[in-house]
Design a protein around this ligand. Structure first.
Ligand SMILES: O=C(O)[C@@H](O)C(=O)COP(=O)(O)O
Ligand SMILES: [Zn+2]
Length: 209
């Protein structure tokens, strides 16, 4: 995809997320990988009103090349690009239920979204939670790097989800699926649940990758 198309695509998908309530105000940031660097939403911008030409561009060394000042969370994004193979996009949201779960005590930091339905297994996989850090703190990138690329999606404690994927559209879908699954899990409350078994999860990975 050429850069202009990528700018338009990023603005359109961001607006769609905003209009459906996956982000509010100026929360969240989204990036995608180009042949010669990254596009990332500008800091303090609203995902609903991005102007394609003003989306920030960085080179692979992280130098600001064009557009407005980039998101302060660029470290989180580059941590995924650098540690996982074939990452083409990263989406960070403050979507309500995933953020709620990021605040819960006593969830497994290596598996905080249990396998409730096939689709969350297929689209998102296992989700880690990393400890709280201040937004924009470079140490957040270190925490993601320390996961060694094992997780495509992470909850930032008391903050929200970050999801990576092979391209912008599948990454947006994964972020939506993560949010909907978090909503189901929270809605279930204390109801006893049949989670998918390890064999059922393995079967999904075998068939759908
Ligand atoms: O929560 C925060 O402050 C950031 O993680 C965020 O979502 C928005 O930051 P910018 O992308 O710098 O606007
Ligand atoms: Zn945030």
């Amino acid at each position: 995809m050429n850069e202009n198309k990528a700018r338009d695509h990023l603005a359109r998908l961001s607006r769609s997320l905003f209009e459906r309530g996956y982000s509010v105000g100026s929360a969240g940031n989204i990036s995608l990988r180009l042949d010669d660097g990254y596009l990332i939403t500008p800091t303090n911008s609203c995902l609903g009103f991005l102007e394609p030409d003003r989306i920030s561009k960085l080179d692979f060394e992280g130098k600001h090349v064009s557009g407005d000042k980039p998101s302060k969370e660029i470290f989180l994004h580059t941590a995924f690009y650098d540690t996982r193979a074939n990452v083409g996009a990263v989406v960070h949201l403050h979507s309500t239920y995933a953020t709620l779960m990021s605040c819960m005590k006593d969830i497994d930091p290596e598996d905080c979204i249990r396998p409730l339905t096939p689709y969350v297994v297929m689209r998102v996989g296992k989700v880690a939670r990393v400890p709280y850090f201040r937004p924009g703190d470079e140490r957040g990138g270190d925490l993601i790097r320390a996961l060694g690329g094992k997780f495509a999606a992470v909850l930032l404690a008391n903050h929200g989800p970050v999801v990576s994927g092979k391209d912008i559209i599948s990454t947006v879908y994964a972020a939506e699926e993560l949010e909907e699954t978090a909503k189901l899990l929270v809605s279930l409350g204390n109801t006893p649940v049949n989670y998918l078994t390890d064999d059922e999860v393995a079967d999904l990975h075998r068939v759908f990758g």
